[in-house]
Write a protein that binds this ligand. Structure first.
Ligand code: DP6
Length: 367
């Protein structure tokens, strides 16, 4: 069931044979949240399996989620994927990669049995997100974790298989399987079976923690993470140094999280974000994900912390200009008042911050 998983199941149909002897379709719906990395995953040692060069660490943000329905039909037909009402290209996509893996596993499983019917499986996915997709807001993480969750329920896959499917869709999706503070280990086994995520702390360990997401630009990002990180692996000399530091930084953040030491954690979060974007700039040609508004936000956060006399807010940026800010509940309103006033006068701000979303981290979906 859904016990450990960070999902909620709302619908499930039984399976049987239709009067014509065909297997009945099966449907499953889950809701899976996004996660935002505190120590970023950037660079792969296996591109087809999405196996990372470094461990990464994230916080799952329960109130931003994908609600995904998967229907499996046991017949020959074209797979389809619809996100927020828009049909997606399946041929040659990551969806297809996931579907083909499931078909392969099912063929292998059936090989030993005397199959009454050949393994013809058709997949139909519809997904709705309550946040903008493709704006560097980790939509693929929530989406592929949801698909993997549905596939596990329908086909009875193991947790390890579920992780593999989520990772195959998008590396960062493997972390959305869990809530709270989650670590994805790069793994050392040649078959990659230990490249899996684990929960370091549940969100209940720190109930006053909040995430603020500043949507600077809702548009599609300039270079996808997949292409960007590959270019970094091929051209950046700083990446190697970054990778050496990730484990130590993760340990420091985990220790700070354990002690609810916000300023120690915040310092490491901002350092990792800046280190990650430095590596992006060290890529040739450079990956420039931050824009003027992003940089204004960085300055604002440091000014605010300085004014406060201690670090009470941290920023982090993924492969795009949108900011995720981490802070404690009692800082939210004061910072928002400060930021709204300052951003209005920021000369460098070409675009307004379009939307500010405040999110509780402990709004658990199902447990
Ligand atoms: C900057 O998981 O989107 O958000 O495995 O190629 O699908 P693929 O990459 P993806 O990369 C996420 C990069 C990041 C950092 C992170 O989430 O750890």
């Amino acid at each position: 069931g859904c016990q450990q998983a960070n999902c909620s199941e709302t619908l499930k149909e039984g399976m049987g044979l239709t009067p014509e002897g065909r297997r009945e379709s099966r449907v499953c719906t889950v809701r899976v949240p996004i996660n935002i990395a505190l120590v970023k995953y950037w660079g792969k040692r296996d591109q087809t399996q999405n196996i990372p060069l470094n461990d990464s660490l994230s916080l799952t943000i329960n109130s931003l989620h994908a609600r995904t329905t998967l229907r499996v039909n046991y017949e020959i037909g074209t797979d389809s994927v619809k996100i927020n009402g828009k049909s997606q290209t399946v041929t040659g996509s990551r969806y297809q990669r996931v579907f083909e893996e499931v078909r392969r596993w099912e063929r292998k499983r059936k090989a030993g049995e005397v199959a009454e019917h050949p393994v013809s499986i058709q997949f139909e996915i519809t997904s709705e997100t309550n946040f903008p997709v493709s704006a560097g807001l980790a939509s693929s993480a929530a989406g592929f974790a949801a698909i993997a969750e549905c596939l596990q329920k329908i086909f009875g896959f193991t947790d390890s298989q579920k992780s593999q499917l989520a990772r195959l869709g998008s590396g960062s999706a493997i972390r959305s399987i869990f809530g709270g503070l989650v670590r994805w280990r790069r793994g050392t086994q040649p078959n990659y079976e230990d490249s899996i995520a684990e929960q370091s702390f549940p969100s209940t360990h720190w109930p006053s923690l909040r995430a603020l997401i500043l949507v600077v630009d809702e548009g599609r990002k300039e270079y996808s993470s997949t292409d960007g990180m590959q270019r970094t692996v091929e051209t950046s000399t700083l990446l190697e140094r970054r990778i050496e530091c990730c484990d130590v930084n993760i340990d420091k953040i985990c220790a700070a999280f354990s002690n609810r030491d916000f300023s120690a954690m915040a310092d490491m979060i901002m350092r990792d974000s800046n280190n990650f974007h430095a590596v992006c700039m060290d890529t040739s040609p450079p990956l420039m994900y931050l824009n003027d508004v992003s940089r204004t936000i960085i300055r604002l956060v440091h000014v605010y912390n300085e004014k406060n006399g201690s670090t009470v807010i941290a920023y982090t940026f993924d492969a795009g200009p949108n900011a995720t800010l981490y802070l404690e509940e009692d800082t939210v309103q004061d910072f928002l008042d400060f930021a709204t006033k300052q951003l209005r006068f920021a000369e460098s701000a070409q675009t307004e911050v379009e939307e500010i979303l405040g999110h509780k981290l402990d709004e658990s979906v199902n447990n």
